[in-house]
Ligand binder design. Sequence first.
Ligand SMILES: CC(C)(COP(=O)(O)OP(=O)(O)OC[C@H]1O[C@@H](n2cnc3c(N)ncnc32)[C@H](O)[C@@H]1OP(=O)(O)O)[C@@H](O)C(=O)NCCC(=O)NCCS
Length: 324
Amino acid sequence: MSWKDADAWHEVATASLAEDLPDAAPPSPGQTRTRLTGPALNSRLLVWLAVEHARDGRRAVGAASLRLFDRTGQEHLAEAELHVRPDARRRGTGTRLLSALTTEAVAQGRRSLVVEAPACTPADLFCVRHGFRRALTLHHLLLPLHDVHRGWLDELATGDHPGYRTAEWEGEVPDVLADAFAAAKNAMNDMPVGDLDHGTVGWDADRVRAMAAVVTGRGDTLLTVAALHGDGVAGFTELVLPGGPTAVRAQQYDTVVVPAHRGRGLGVWLKAQMLCRLHDEHPQVVEIETDNAADNVPMLAVNEQLGFRRVRTSHRYQLALTEG
Ligand SMILES: CC(C)(COP(=O)(O)OP(=O)(O)OC[C@H]1O[C@@H](n2cnc3c(N)ncnc32)[C@H](O)[C@@H]1OP(=O)(O)O)[C@@H](O)C(=O)NCCC(=O)NCCS
């Protein structure tokens, strides 16, 4: 895809997001270019633009993408994103884009198509109209960092956890921890995913390195804090600063405590240490965004204890794909 088309895609998507999610921070044009044209980990992205021909020229009115996962355990799955410019809706453009996506997904041997729709928006109705099944409800949360008192955070971050110590790094995991960190990543597979036909993904040291390389390769900063127990990793939390050290909004990536170490306050401890690290090393960051499955009660409890607030809800819908 050319940068000109990527910019047209971006323009449609941001107009659409401004209509349905006016309070959400839109991606920058650079972030959209990188996402549409840059490398991804174990997946390929196909992209569509719907163009309207008028007397005064061409205008992009619809934008869609299809992510095809090729990692073992998720070869059945495709994920779509679909946007129609607000002033061009209800004319069948979304339906035509969806039809192109599903045809391609079937041709690529996929059996499940997943989309995310903001709750209580036209997308909810569109998905139901097209036979999608609602499979997961997600709460989106935001933590305004100025609301978090540093003294209170220090108490949480320095709490006593006998037998555990922490390690932190930026970018790629240190070699000495790579296998143990990959083993802890596998604990993500018991994360609640509702009725989504999500599959399971196996992590090893090479894959965690490759994931860090993709994030840093697109210019983002990846920060990790891990809890160590003997030679093992008992849990970790990851944050990404989109666009690198000047980012003002951080994105939460994975947080996990390995099952054998749960119920000991490690989740709050790790996240509190991450917040202190942000405060010390990246003071320009003013907020962190995350999302949690509505039935992920422990993770929501940890986040809300730290001051995250729910700002909106979305639904993940799934369509069973059939040939013909
Ligand atoms: C969801 C979206 C892509 C639909 O695009 P669109 O071009 O307006 O969709 P269509 O014209 O093909 O609509 C198809 C059907 O969906 C349903 N639908 C779509 N918008 C609707 C609305 N505002 N109210 C009620 N039903 C609606 C209707 O059944 C409609 O058929 P009809 O017009 O014959 O009644 C568009 O609203 C959008 O860009 N939303 C924001 C982006 C988003 O949230 N995407 C999530 C992924 S689906």
